[in-house]
Design a protein around this ligand. Sequence first.
Ligand code: GLN
Length: 538
Amino acid sequence: MAKSKFIFVTGGVSSSLGKGIIAASLAKLLQSQNYKVTIQKFDPYINIDPGTLNPYEHGECYVTDDGAETDLDLGHYERFLNENTSQSNNVTSGKIYQSVIDKERNGDFLGKTVQVIPHITNEIKLRMLELSESKKFDIVITEIGGTVGDIESLPYIEAVRQLIWDLGKENAIVIHLTLIPFLSAAGELKTKPTQHSVKALMESGVSPNILVCRTEHQISDNIKEKLALFCNVKKDAVIQSIDADSIYEVPILMLKEGLNNVVLKELNLSAQKKVRMENWNNFLNKLQNPKYEINIGLVGKYVELQDSYKSIIEAMIHSGVVNNCKINIKTIHAEKINLDNVSKETKDLSGIIVAPGFGERGLNGKIATINYVRNNNIPFFGICLGMQVAVIEHSRYVLNLDDANTSEVDKNCKNPVICIMESQKNIERLGGTMRLGSWKCKLKKNSIAHNSYNKLIIDERHRHRYELNGKYISKLKESGLEATGINPETNLVEIVENTNHPWFLGVQFHPEYKSTVLNPHPLFNSFIKASMNYNISN
Ligand code: GLN
C-alpha cells in the first residue's frame, strides 16, 4: 500500500477556474512546511497527449526534461515548486485506453469482457498511485481536468471514489474548486451553482472535504455557513479564493485563508510545521514594487490566446523581477506585421521575442520583424522557430540568398538553411516523435550565452524536427551570425548570435520551460537587462 497521502482536486460549475494554480499554490505551501509534494494532472480527453493539439485548442504544450509533451498546468507546477515533473505527471484518457487495449490484445484479461468499470478505472487508479510508488513524496496532489458532470470525467471520479475507499479517508481527500458568481442585478453572491455541483459529485459517491470558492467579491461568514451546511463540509473548510492581480499572490492568499492547515488536519498530518515563504514573499514584493518599466514585443501567430505562450510570458515576469522591472508584453500577430508597418508596430518596444511555431502562416511577418530589429540594434530573442527565422532572414538579407528558407515550408528550396534533422527523415507519425526533452549544449567562451549562463555546458529542453543546416555554418559566421551553442554529441546548432549587434540571440531549444520563480532563466535575465539598456539609450 502506498505511503503517500492523496489530495484530489476537482472542478465544478465552470471551466477555467484555475485548478492548476490552486493545486500549485497548495503544493507550494505544503512544500514550504517541509512536506515532499508532487502534482499530477489527469486530462479526460482522448488525445494521447497535447503534442498534436493546436495551441488555440488548449494553449501551450509544455515539455518536461524527460520529453513528455504535456498540459500547460505542469508548467505552473514546476514554476511554483521549482521541481521537475515527468512523463508520469500528466495522464490522458487516450493513454489510459491505449494501455487497456494493449493489455486486451495481449490476452492479459483472461477472456473477460473489458469494461469501463473495473478495467478503465483500475488503469486510472494504477496511474494515480504511480508517483507514490517511488516513495519520494509525502503528498501527491492529483488534479482532475474538466468539470464535474462532464461525461468524460465520470471514470476519473469513480476511480477517486474507489481510491478513497482503498486508502482510507485520512489518507485521501477531495478539494472541490467552484465558482461563486456575483449577480449584479441582485447585488448578491450566489451559492446555488456550487450546491448543484457538489450534489453531482455526491451522486458519484464522492463528498468533498474542502471547498475552494472562486469569487470576485469577499465571501461573508453567512455565505460560508450556508455553503458548509448545504455541501456537507466544515465551515473552516470553505476557503475563499478571490481574484488576484497575479497568480503568484495565490499561495499567500491561500495561506491567509488557512487552506494548507485545513488540508493537513483532514489528512491527519502535523499542521504545526512553520510555513517558510520568505523567498516567495521577496519575489512578490519585488513584483509588486518595480523600479523600472519596459515594453517587450512578442511576435507569434497564436497571440489571440495568451495561453499559447504561457511559459514565455511567465519567464519574462520572473526575469523582470530579477531586474526590478515591470514588463509590459505587447503581443503582435505575425500575420499582421510587414516591412511597411514594422517600425510603427515596434515603436515603443525595448526588445522583441519571436515565438516558437510550426508551418508557413506568419513566417513573412517574423522575417520582416527580425530584419527590422537586426538593422536597428533592438534586442532580439528568437525561440525555436524564432531562431530558425533569424537564420533565414540573415541568409536572405545579409548573404543575399534570396530563396533561403526552411524545408518545413519549401521542400524543394535551393538554399534550405533550415532543414529536417537526419533522425527525423523517416518518421511518419506525428505524435511524440519530435526531438523532445533535455539535451546538452556546449557554449562558446565569452559569447552572450556563456556570459548569461556563466558556465560552458548547459541542458535545455527541445521540441522540433528541423535544424540549422550544417553546410551554412561557416558562411553565416563570416557574415556575423555565429553558432555559439552546439550539441556535443550530434553537432546540432542550438544557439546563434549576431556578433555585430548588442543583443541578438536565437535558441533552438525552449528556455522558457525551465524558468521558475526561484530560478529565473539566465537568458531571459540577460535579454531583459539588454532591453532595459536599450530603453535608457533610446
Ligand atoms: N517548426 C519548427 C521545427 O519543427 C520549430 C518548432 C518550434 O518552434 N517548437 O523545427
